[in-house]
Design a protein around this ligand. Structure first.
Ligand code: HEM
Length: 490
């Protein structure tokens, strides 16, 4: 069977989607005292600063102007909403007043009409079909596959003195998502996916500002490379589907099998977009979290010791068996020396190091660090009037650094999560690494199980030591470079 549709890079916006309202230009904006910000005349300068380091730019806006601010990028009105209430209203309570904004149109050039980039009515129909395999109760079989793959992958480290952490994590998480969801051995595609992803993740973010799309079909090398990378990724997704169709074995109950059995409800080109979306969103994000987590742990030997203690005590590790999903999920008592003091002072529900380390890593280095939206109607969010057509930016990177909720916000302190009451005390929207509402991450529990498993299995067997990487914020919050680490077997 051949796939009929245009490749996503060239495909038009589907007619089923609601029209995108016109943006608000400088000349039609008369300002709002509740939305302070730099003078609109400085738009070109602000746009340049925004592009240099976008998360830092947004943080600076919040520090200077507060939780609600406005600025002009490419001469269009952008509103930063950084308060927890603002986040909750946009992602949950008033989500129907917004569609996904800048960056997602660029992402659609790679992922087509997959879940991350599609809109209603396609989104809800796809989400309903794809949700069941990600339910809590269905994760045990994935955990078993993950456990095997992590063992296989990290066993190769025993003969090495150092590893490149970032590509190692990318390859491992790609193996996991491919095998779990598509029954696929990804080795043959690892290099091609990594190379094309590198370009796609860069271009999606670097070309996200409105107006740059006019160069998409130009002969400029930067844009040509974007198209080539996108087409290559699409070819890989099509190859995966064709292989399954040719094998005549469409009865498998992995996600690809489920989608192929539903071809009366979802077209093959949409299945292709979903395969690509899951491969890409399902490995890059988790890989980045792991690279950051191990980098923080390398700088914080006491916390690493806590994690090693937890790994040494875990029943499933002692018994040399696969854990259940529940074993990875449950909070557990902590008895390490470092935490004795906290234990003495706080009530009795404790969050284990594997959980706290990841929570804190996703606070400071959230793989998805911005949630761009466009207001489709005039509305009021956290007391601020948002005009139809305004671009709205929420940012995990900024909101997770609010000192009101996270004292000494720039410090990586997993111990702030050790008392379960801490997370419960946060207002809705203060911490949202997986987004919220109907667009909340489909793979949240899958990612958490995978990340906890990798963290504990590595802590049990190895010490990783490397210098702390700089950030390279693109479509995801990536560490810069390959992140070389010395490996010592424990
Ligand atoms: C630590 C790892 C991960 C993080 C932090 C993360 C974060 C996010 C965030 C913030 C969104 C919402 C984006 C927005 O609303 O603007 C999202 C959506 C999504 N994520 Fe994840 N993700 C992770 C891992 C995964 C994995 C492992 C998968 C699949 C196996 C996955 C699949 C998806 C999909 C399909 C969506 C779109 C959902 C929809 O709109 O219905 N993610 N993710």
């Amino acid at each position: 069977m051949t796939i009929q549709a245009n490749k996503p890079y060239s495909a038009p916006r589907p007619v089923e989607y609601a029209p995108i309202p016109d943006p608000i230009f400088r000349k039609s904006w008369f300002g709002d005292e509740n939305l302070p910000g730099p003078n609109p005349i400085l738009s070109d300068f602000i746009t340049a600063t925004f592009m240099v380091n976008t998360p830092k730019f947004l943080l600076k806006m919040q520090r200077r102007y507060g939780d609600h601010c406005s600025f002009f990028l490419s001469r269009r009105l952008f509103i930063g909403l950084f308060s927890p209430i603002g986040v909750h209203e946009v992602t949950v309570a008033q989500q129907h007043n917004f569609v996904k904004g800048v960056g997602f149109a660029r992402m659609r050039k790679v992922l087509g009409e997959g879940l991350l980039t599609n809109e209603e009515p396609i989104h809800l129909a796809h989400r309903r079909m794809m949700q069941p395999p990600f339910h809590h109760g269905n994760l045990d079989s994935y955990v078993a596959i993950m456990h095997n793959l992590i063992n296989e992958h990290t066993n190769n480290w025993r003969s090495k003195s150092s590893i490149d952490l970032a590509p190692e994590m990318m390859a491992l998480t790609l193996e996991i998502v491919s095998r779990c969801l598509f029954g696929l051995d990804s080795h043959q595609y690892t290099d091609a996916i990594a190379e094309s992803m590198e370009v796609a993740i860069d271009r999606i973010e670097r070309t996200m500002l409105p107006g740059l799309e006019r160069f998409d079909k130009s002969a400029i090398k930067y844009f040509k490379e974007f198209e080539i990378a996108s087409d290559r990724l699409v070819d890989i997704a099509e190859a995966i589907i064709n292989k399954r169709l040719e094998s005549k074995d469409n009865t498998d109950d992995d996600l690809l099998g489920i989608l192929l059995q539903m071809r009366d409800q979802i077209s093959v080109d949409h299945i292709r977009d979903e395969v690509l979306t899951l491969i890409l969103s399902g490995h890059e994000t988790t890989a980045n979290v792991m690279s950051w987590a191990f980098s923080y742990l390398s700088k914080n030997p006491k916390i690493r010791k806590d994690l090693e203690d937890e790994a040494d005590r875990a029943d499933w590790i002692k018994e040399n068996r696969t854990p259940t999903y529940q074993e990875l999920e449950q909070s557990s008592p902590i008895a390490s020396a470092v935490l004795q003091e906290t234990m003495r002072l706080a009530p009795p529900v404790w969050v284990a190091p594997r959980i706290a380390v990841l929570q804190e890593t996703m606070r400071l280095a959230p793989p998805v660090w911005v949630a761009p939206r466009i207001a489709t109607v005039d509305c009021v969010i956290d007391g601020v009037k948002i005009p139809k057509g305004a671009h709205v930016l929420l940012s995990q990177y900024v909101t997770h650094r609010n000192p009101r909720y996270f004292p000494n916000p720039e410090e990586w302190k997993p111990e702030r999560w050790h008392n379960l009451e801490f997370e419960k005390s946060l207002p809705r929207g203060a911490y949202f690494p997986f987004g919220g509402g109907s667009r909340k991450c489909l793979g949240e529990y899958f990612a958490l199980a995978e990340a906890r498993l990798i963290l504990l299995m590595v802590a049990k067997n190895f010490k990783l030591d490397g210098s702390f990487p700089k950030a390279q914020p693109r479509a995801t919050y990536r560490p810069k470079g390959t992140v070389k680490n010395k490996v010592t077997t424990r």
